[in-house]
Design a protein around this ligand. Structure first.
Ligand SMILES: Cc1cc2nc3c(=O)[nH]c(=O)nc-3n(C[C@H](O)[C@H](O)[C@H](O)COP(=O)(O)O)c2cc1C
Ligand code: SF4
Length: 657
């Protein structure tokens, strides 16, 4: 049987589908993702509309908006959407129309924040949970909701879904997944400690409020309005719902009016560990939960979670494990993924894959807005409209010389060339990719990005010359209108006595295998951490000595915690805030935090340092090329900026050309 999953065609993903009365052009759903781009009142902003419209233009069948509150007094996040008041309807309608203009359908993910909202912090309103339980986000305890208050919340659902219809949405997703918010907390026995008819200890008790919410919603929207229920197939938590629970309750939920199940997994915590899964959790991890529901009911089932490889997503559908797939991060990384699978713009090989760096989650906390490391346009579609994929060519074609073929230089070359500028890239080494080459060796999810950017630049009109030193004379000879220096940062190594001993490797070279079994890595930035992990995975006994207070400080808490988990699994010993006194022939003499000087044995010591800005070439070129603008991007400009700094600098610069 030709199931279409072995070659690069995607007949199942691209087949039209249906959820209740809603016809869909394909089987790809955009998973709900909080962006925090909304207005302060929680209405969709111009930025929200541009973000979702870009995904609709990219060919997705059904857009699900991020969690959309039904009670403005209990927002989940500042800038999160709500549809809890009539004043919100016109802004939602604008969003809906923008999506329809591109032939996609759209539904909001409606939610009452229950015990997990910011009502107490933002409005002094007490949050309400099934029991007195701490908010997963703030730790502040909720009050136990009374029967009268449950009734009032059901009224909020009723009022909200009327607005959902008025705004023109094609359906709605009711959020009951991840053991949080109002419905999810009732479903979670470890949070629902009630003893009444809503008790968490029995199946009937914990789903009662979900059934009541469905009844309330159906009473307003009638039998034909499509309702998807988002639920965790398996919650993977001690004393939580058992693995068979979702399939057991699914028929009851269909009877109550569910038109489709969107089967996620896990329960929430502050770092969304179980809901937005790390690479180490494995791909397609919720597919079993989705398939179990599909085996129990006749309505469509949507699978989600690390279906980042389109071939895997196609296989899930071809195997009959689900009817639709929902993609989250893959559509932040490449909004055009669906239409590329259908052949647009060069086809599936042009899809830019998510690298599982978790920047999109970490920026929610750090910047109160989601951003994507590999796609600098995510959330900046309006301000960077000059460099979006189908942007018109620049009015004047300029001669651009890019020095350095790392991530920043290649992204400049790719974007500038797509706008019709004439680009020459000069790279000193024999290979293209710069720091991405080592980064791909120690974090394998970076590899598809390296391959992608090499391929994209290869397809472009940019000329790449490797093995070339960009002297001022050479650059001047190319008569550029503009020079972009993207040569990377300079590593400043710590001055430690004994650094010149023969068993010291004075920098990271990801592909060099150190001698001996015991390795001490001195330094704590991400590259050192990932290198330590790679060595330990290869069987070395590794210690990480970090003089700063934190390992991988350049990353946010979610990504950093994923590394802590991995270091732990691999048995790497980690010390922070220590003083490295000396490297000896037998190891490293150091003072651990709060301790006394001692020696750690090592066959090899790997020294790593700080990555600092290196504007020296830019200065030389500025002197040698009067009248020519010289720009510096990426690590050469700011020191360590990672892929996200490189792509963002590149897009912002090219947008001004
Ligand atoms: C930035 C971001 C925001 C998210 N916000 C929500 C949300 O509002 N509601 C929800 O149910 N899931 C949310 N999720 C989870 C996704 O819908 C999805 O289940 C998860 O990312 C796994 O899918 P993926 O591996 O395709 O990214 C969010 C995920 C991300 C990355
Ligand atoms: S920020 Fe990183 S994890 Fe998030 S979508 Fe982009 S590449 Fe993927």
């Amino acid at each position: 049987m030709d199931d279409g999953a072995d070659d690069e065609t995607f007949p199942h993903l691209l087949a039209p589908g249906r959820i209740g009365s809603m016809e869909l052009r394909n089987r790809i759903v955009m998973s709900p993702m909080e962006t925090m781009y909304g207005t302060p009142e929680g209405h969709p902003s111009d930025r929200t509309v541009a973000h979702f419209a870009t995904r609709a233009a990219g060919g997705v069948g059904l857009v699900t908006g991020g969690a959309t509150g039904i009670d403005p007094l209990h927002p989940e996040t500042p800038g999160g959407l709500q549809i809890g008041e009539d004043a919100a309807v016109s802004a939602h309608r604008r969003l809906v129309e923008a999506i329809h203009d591109h032939g996609a359908r759209i539904q909001p993910q409606i939610v009452h924040a229950g015990p997990d909202g910011l009502g107490p912090e933002m409005f002094g309103a007490t949050s309400l949970g099934p029991s007195v339980i701490p908010s997963y986000l703030t730790g502040r305890p909720s009050a136990e909701v009374t029967k009268e208050q449950i009734s009032a919340i059901l009224d909020l659902y009723r009022a909200a879904v009327v607005r959902v219809r008025e705004a023109g949405y094609d359906g709605l997703e009711l959020h009951a997944a991840h053991g949080y918010m109002f419905l999810g907390s009732f479903l979670a026995p470890q949070r629902n400690r009630r003893g009444d008819r809503y008790r968490g200890s029995s199946v009937e008790g914990r789903i009662r409020v979900v059934l009541e919410a469905l009844e309330a919603i159906r009473s307003e929207v009638g039998p034909d309005f499509p309702i998807t229920l988002r639920i965790s197939g398996y919650e993977r938590v001690a004393a939580g719902r058992p693995i068979h629970d979702t399939a057991t309750i699914a028929p009851l939920l269909v009877e109550a009016g569910v038109d489709a199940f969107h089967v996620s997994g896990g329960v929430i915590d502050r770092l969304v560990t179980g809901m937005v899964n790390a690479a180490d959790d494995g791909d397609g991890l919720n597919v079993g939960g989705a398939a179990a529901v599909k085996e129990a009911v006749d309505v469509p089932v949507i699978a989600v979670g690390r279906l980042h490889d389109p071939l895997l997503a196609e296989r899930v559908l071809a195997d009959g494990r689900a009817d639709f797939v929902a993609l989250g991060r893959p559509l932040l990384a490449d909004p055009d993924l669906p239409r590329k699978l259908a052949g647009w713009g060069g086809g599936a090989v042009r899809v830019r894959r998510c690298i599982s760096c978790e920047n999109c989650i970490d920026t929610l906390e750090e910047k109160l807005s989601t951003e994507c490391a590999v796609n600098p346009l995510t959330g900046h579609e309006l301000e960077l409209s000059a460099v979006v994929p189908e942007a018109p060519a620049a009015a004047v074609s300029r001669r651009v010389v890019v020095v350095g073929a790392g991530p920043a230089g290649l992204e400049v070359a790719r974007l500038a060339s797509s706008l019709g500028h004439s680009v020459t890239v000069l790279e000193r080494s024999a290979t293209v990719g710069g720091s991405l080459v080592d980064a791909s060796f120690v974090h394998r999810e970076n590899r598809p990005y390296l391959d992608w950017i090499r391929h994209e630049v290869g397809l472009s009109d940019a000329e790449v010359r490797t093995g070339v030193r960009a002297t001022p004379e050479l650059v001047a000879g190319l008569a550029p209108d503009l020079v972009v220096v993207a040569t990377g940062g300079r590593e400043e190594l710590p001055a430690i006595p004994g650094s010149d001993l023969p068993h010291v490797m004075p920098s990271l070279a990801a592909d060099v295998v150190p001698a001996g079994r015991r390795v001490v890595v001195v330094g704590g930035r991400l590259a050192a951490v990932e290198y330590a992990e790679t060595l330990a995975a290869g069987g070395r006994l590794v210690a990480l000595l970090c003089t700063g207070e934190e390992i991988a400080p350049e990353f946010g808490l979610k990504r950093r915690t994923e590394h802590m988990d991995r270091l732990d699994r691999l048995g790497v010993t980690v010390h922070v805030s220590c003083v490295v006194e000396e490297i000896t022939p037998a190891g490293v003499r150091y003072v651990p935090a709060n301790g006394r000087s001692r020696e750690l044995p090592a066959d090899t010591v790997v020294l790593t340092g700080e990555m600092v800005a290196d504007p020296s070439l830019a200065e030389a070129l500025t002197d040698a090329l009067p009248g020519v603008a010289v720009h510096v991007v990426g690590d050469a400009a700011h020191g360590l900026g990672l892929i996200r700094g490189a792509t963002s600098d590149a897009a912002r610069l090219v947008a001004t050309l």
